[in-house]
Design a binder for this molecule. Structure first.
Ligand SMILES: C[S@@+](CC[C@H](N)C(=O)[O-])C[C@H]1O[C@@H](n2cnc3c(N)ncnc32)[C@H](O)[C@@H]1O
Length: 274
């Protein structure tokens, strides 16, 4: 049972239509979702049974990439756009467990994420976390935001996190320009962590059925293959080994068998801004 009811939702939150944040929450086993989200998510699971595995593997990738940035690259501040509903292993939890002084600004365009943002603000005493409601399609507004400017020091390297969000940006919204605007604002030594849904390993009709399931709920999903993802996210960056790989293959922590690329259907990569 969900721990929120439609009646409990804040004004401005439309619970009658599915939303990516709540569908993703459903896939990773969260409770912040409504009937419309579950219905579309279940349609998606019929079309693409690996969707749940993909979501969980994606979340694991996010944690490993943040740990890599703090432990091995010395990154101390993060801008996480397309945060999702609070769940375990949020960026500040992973980063501050290693470096308590780490700072994180979260941004999402879903009012429901805003309603739950309090859970993202439980920073360590030494560090800082902040949340802004913002749209990735307006990167200039994010960069100019007072909270962002007060929390992050743009003269020092930043870890920009765009995990499982770029596939919600269709080509007509100029995702490459969005990336360029964000990366231009970051100093050399900064990193990008990105992941992206793909149909490259799955039968076309399976994935297009998944895309249709999303579309029937009013959610646009633009799948990209590895070259399209790399062109979009990694142009001008040095790609950190192992490169563009299924998220489950990005520096896995166990030697055990990993789900197949077709099941995961999500690429992940980390890029360094020289
Ligand atoms: C699949 S969830 C990913 C959550 C988290 N990044 C992770 O990977 O675990 C995608 C999130 O992106 C958000 N989102 C989608 N389009 C967005 C946009 N244009 N601007 C900001 N956030 C967006 C959704 O509201 C949702 O919370």
């Amino acid at each position: 049972m969900p721990d929120i009811t439609p009646e409990a939702a804040k004004p401005g939150i439309d619970t009658s239509r599915p939303h990516p944040a709540r569908m993703y929450d459903y896939f990773i086993g969260g409770k912040n979702n409504f009937a419309a989200d579950r219905e579309t998510a279940e349609k998606m699971l019929v079309a693409q049974p690996g969707a749940r595995t993909g979501a969980r593997e994606n979340r694991g990738f996010l944690g490993r990439a943040v740990r890599y940035l703090v432990e091995e690259a010395g990154i101390r501040q993060f801008l996480d756009i397309g945060t999702g509903l609070p769940t375990t292993n949020s960026v500040h939890e992973v980063a501050q467990a290693i470096e308590p002084a780490a700072r994180v600004v979260y941004a999402d365009n879903d009012p429901l994420v805003l309603a739950h943002a309090q859970a993202l603000l439980r920073s360590s005493a030494e560090g800082r976390t902040a949340y802004i409601q913002a749209d990735l399609r307006d990167p200039a507004a994010i960069l100019a935001d007072r909270v962002v400017r007060e929390t992050l020091d743009f003269s020092q390297p930043v870890g920009l996190i765009l995990v499982a969000v770029l596939h919600f940006i269709p080509d007509e919204d100029n995702p490459a320009e969005i990336l360029a605007t964000l990366l231009d604002a970051l100093p050399s030594g900064s990193y990008l962590v990105a992941s992206h849904s793909t149909a490259e390993h799955a039968p076309r009709d399976t994935m297009s059925a998944g895309v249709s399931a999303y579309r029937s709920g009013g959610v646009t999903l633009r799948l990209r293959d590895s070259d399209e993802f790399a062109d979009l996210a990694l142009t001008g960056l040095r790609v950190v080994p192992p490169g563009v790989v299924p998220v489950s293959e990005w520096r896995p922590e166990s030697d055990g068998p990993h789900p197949s690329a077709a099941e995961v259907a999500t690429y992940g990569a980390v890029g360094y801004k020289p």
